[in-house]
Design a protein around this ligand. Structure first.
Ligand SMILES: O=C[C@H](O)[C@H](O)[C@H](O)COP(=O)(O)O
Length: 300
């Protein structure tokens, strides 16, 4: 009852007042940001965790912790469910919650995950996402691409009109041997001072991903959304402003790039309708707001 009323209410981006029933009780020991992540996770899982789920993708980062917490809190039988991690942290999270982890490469060929949940660093009005702030993006993308639907869960800082509004650089996973070549190519595309991300300890050199690759952070101007292109903006990057799909494809074409941290293009249902499976763009993104409410953006 509550969920269906909420789904109706949240058909489009809902920033205004949300009924009291959707307000999260205050946890005074948590920061507002953590509290908002937990609130968003609870609503996202309540709305999208499938009854009788068999395969569920679990993303990486700090927000996904609350997704797993919310799944546990549902109290459903998880004994027939396998949770597909998107990296080391994600796998440990699944195991420590007492759930069964199944690595992506152990999932039987042709299996479609019922749903994949994950966080994001920024989400635009069209539901394109930037991911990789925590150095995970490649496994997150292949898991999202294997799922019927990808659900994004985030806090209010990530809710932006355009990508690269608040989050300033695109994370890109690159082969270490090609890192300098990729930097050069990114500069040619107009990136202002792209850098190889360092480890927390400078003694350890560049940070390594779960694949043993480097992350390059490439700053660009805020990216264009569909409405900008429809209003006549070019989007080809010639004035430094790129359409999301155009820049993502250009970066992906650079030899040495394993994957780019822009999730765009088809949603899962769009891919299915076109005869494929999985989409890297979420069907819905849930944002915990600073006032305790939860806002949602849904794909067209
Ligand atoms: O690299 C990490 C992933 O893409 C995360 O999903 C993303 O950075 C969001 O992380 P968090 O939930 O910690 O904000």
């Amino acid at each position: 009852m509550i969920q269906s009323a909420f789904s109706l209410f949240c058909r489009r981006l809902t920033l205004p007042t949300i009924p009291t029933v959707f307000r999260t009780p205050r946890f005074y020991t948590m920061s507002a940001v953590e509290e908002s992540k937990r609130a968003a996770a609870k609503v996202a899982v309540g709305n999208h965790y499938p009854k009788d789920a068999r395969w569920v993708g679990i993303g990486s980062g700090t927000t996904i912790v609350y997704v797993v917490e919310a799944i546990k809190a549902l109290g459903v039988d998880t004994s027939n469910t396998k949770y597909v991690p998107t990296g080391y942290q994600s796998k440990q999270l699944i195991i420590s919650a007492g759930l069964a982890a199944a690595e992506y490469d152990s999932v039987p060929l042709g299996t479609v995950l019922d749903v994949a949940f994950d966080g994001a660093d920024e989400v635009d009005e069209d539901l394109n996402c930037i991911k990789g702030g925590g150095a995970c993006l490649f496994q997150e993308k292949i898991v999202a691409l294997q799922a019927k639907e990808f659900i994004c869960v985030a806090d209010y800082r990530k809710l932006q009109p355009r990508l690269l509004t608040n989050w300033k650089a695109i994370p890109i996973e690159v082969a270490p041997i090609a890192a300098h070549r990729v930097l050069l190519k990114l500069r040619e595309l107009g990136s202002i001072n792209p850098t190889i991300r360092a480890s927390a300890s400078s003694k350890e050199g560049p940070l390594k991903t779960d694949q043993g690759f480097f992350i390059v952070d490439a700053p660009f101007k805020p990216m264009l959304i569909k409405a900008d292109i429809e209003a006549g903006h070019d989007g080809s990057g010639k004035d430094g402003a790129w359409a999301v799909n155009v820049l993502a494809d250009k970066i992906k074409e650079i030899t040495g790039v394993l994957e780019v941290g822009i999730f765009h293009g088809q949603t899962g249902p769009q891919a299915t309708a076109a005869g494929g499976i999985g989409g890297q763009r979420p069907v819905a993104a849930y944002f915990g707001m600073a006032d305790g409410t939860v806002a949602v953006r849904k794909a067209e």
